[in-house]
Ligand binder design. Structure first.
Ligand SMILES: [Zn+2]
Length: 377
C-alpha cells in the first residue's frame, strides 16, 4: 500500500493520493487518513516555518517550546506548500491554529538571528522593532549586541573581556539615549557623576566627535568595573545608571513597539485555507506594495534594505517614495535578509530581487511590474 500511495502522489498529487488511501479504509468508517489544507502564502519563508510547525505538532518531533499531546501523534504521509497529510486521529483545527500561533515566533527567532544595528557610531533597532517579540526579549538582544560591540573595543582603544550583567542591563537605554534621544537634560537631571563623566569624555583628546558616544559607554564601564579609579564611585555610578535606565525605558519601549502583530496575521492567513477573495480591494495608497493586502505601515528602508527606495528612484515619482507594507511582508523581508546575511551575502550590494508593485498594478501606473538586475546569489 505504501508503494501505491507514493506512486499515486507522483502521478496525481497528494490530495488524490489521500483520497485513494482513505477509500481503502471506508469499510470500517474509521479512516486514519487525515488531510489538512492551508493557504499557500505569498511569503515562502514564512510558509515553510508554518508547515514545519504543523508537521512537528503532528509527528511529535520536538520543537523548542512545543509540547505534543501523545494522543494526537501521527505518521506524516506527505505535504505540499498548502497541505499536510498524515495517518492518525483528527486534530481540532482551532486548537492546532492556536498552538501554531503560540510557538511560531519562538521557532522563527530560534532559527533566524535578528541582530539589530548596535554599532559603535549608531543604534538602529531596525527590524527588531517590527517583530512581535516581548520588550524583554528585544531588550536582551540589544544588550547583547552592545556588550559585544564594547567587548571588541569598536571605536575605542578599550577591549573588555567581560561585561558585568548589571551593566548589560542598562546598555539598551544608554545607547538609545546617547545615539538617538540625546535628551541628556531629562536623563541626567539631578545626577552628578554621569553628566560630569560625559563632559570629561567629550573634552578628552582620546575621543572625537564621532567616537565620544561609544567612548562614553566604555569609560562608564571602566569606572563601574574599577579598572580606572579617578574619583568616580562605582556604587554612585551604578545608582545613577539605574535612574537613567528607568527614565529612558519608556521611550525605548515605545520605539520597540511593533505597529502590528505579524505572527497573528500570518497564522490567520495560513489557516484561512485559501487566498481570501479581494472583497474590498484597498486603495493603492493603503495597499501593501508587495502582496496587495491592506497595510498601514509606511515603508522606507535604508540603503541596505532590499526595497530601498533610492534603488528605483527612476521608476517611482518623489511622492511615491513611501510605500505601504503589511506586517507579514515586512517579516518575510526580515527573514530573507537574515538568510542572505547568514550566508555571507551582503544585502543591497550583492543581492537583487524581482518584485511586482501591487499598489501600482491597482492604480494602473505604467510601471506595473518591474524586476531589478539579475541576482548574483
Ligand atoms: Zn504584504
Amino acid at each position: 500500500m505504501a508503494d501505491g500511495f507514493v506512486s499515486k502522489v507522483g502521478h496525481d498529487g497528494l490530495a488524490a493520493a489521500v483520497d485513494w488511501l482513505g477509500s481503502s479504509y471506508a469499510a470500517d468508517d474509521k479512516s486514519p487518513v487525515q488531510y489538512l489544507r492551508f493557504t499557500d502564502l505569498e511569503q515562502p519563508i514564512l510558509n515553510d516555518h508554518l508547515l514545519t510547525v504543523v508537521k512537528s505538532l503532528i509527528t511529535g518531533r520536538q520543537l523548542d517550546g512545543i509540547s505534543v499531546d501523545e494522543d494526537t501523534k501521527g505518521i506524516l504521509l506527505g505535504s505540499t506548500t498548502n497541505s499536510v497529510a498524515y495517518l492518525g486521529v483528527p486534530i481540532d483545527r482551532s486548537t492546532l491554529r492556536s498552538t501554531v500561533e503560540s510557538v511560531l515566533m519562538d521557532r522563527i527567532t530560534d532559527t533566524a538571528d535578528f541582530d539589530c544595528k548596535t554599532e559603535w557610531r549608531s543604534f538602529d533597532p531596525d527590524v527588531l522593532t517590527e517583530l512581535a517579540l516581548g520588550f524583554q526579549q528585544k531588550h536582551e538582544i540589544i544588550a547583547q549586541g552592545y556588550a559585544e560591540t564594547l567587548a571588541r573595543g569598536s571605536g575605542t582603544d578599550h577591549e573588555f573581556e567581560r561585561i558585568p550583567d548589571d551593566f548589560k542591563l542598562v546598555l539598551p537605554e544608554l545607547a538609545h539615549l546617547i545615539f538617538n534621544l540625546k535628551d541628556f537634560d531629562m536623563a541626567f537631571e539631578g545626577l552628578s557623576q554621569l553628566p560630569q563623566l560625559q563632559e570629561q569624555v567629550r573634552e578628552s583628546d582620546a575621543y572625537n566627535n564621532q567616537t565620544w558616544k561609544i567612548g562614553f559607554l566604555a569609560e562608564i564601564l571602566r569606572r563601574v568595573t574599577g579598572s580606572v579609579d579617578d574619583g568616580y564611585g562605582p556604587e554612585t555610578l551604578d545608582q545613577e545608571l539605574e535612574t537613567v535606565r528607568k527614565r529612558v525605558q519608556p521611550a525605548l519601549a515605545e520605539l520597540l513597539e511593533p505597529e502590528a502583530d505579524a505572527s497573528a496575521e500570518v497564522v490567520e492567513r495560513f489557516f484561512a485555507g485559501r487566498q481570501a477573495p479581494a472583497e474590498a480591494l484597498p486603495a493603492s495608497d493603503e495597499m501593501c506594495f508587495l502582496c496587495g493586502r491592506p497595510a498601514t505601515t509606511d515603508y522606507q528602508k535604508g540603503n541596505d534594505g532590499f526595497y530601498g527606495t533610492s534603488k528605483f528612484s527612476r521608476r517611482v515619482p518623489p511622492e511615491g517614495e513611501y510605500k505601504r507594507v503589511c506586517p507579514v511582508c515586512n517579516l518575510e523581508h526580515a527573514l530573507l535578509r537574515d538568510s542572505c546575511e547568514r550566508r555571507g551575502v551582503r544585502v543591497g550590494d550583492d543581492t537583487e530581487i524581482a518584485y511586482v508593485y501591487y499598489d501600482e498594478l491597482r492604480s494602473g501606473s505604467s510601471s506595473t511590474t518591474s524586476s531589478l538586475k539579475a541576482s548574483r546569489l
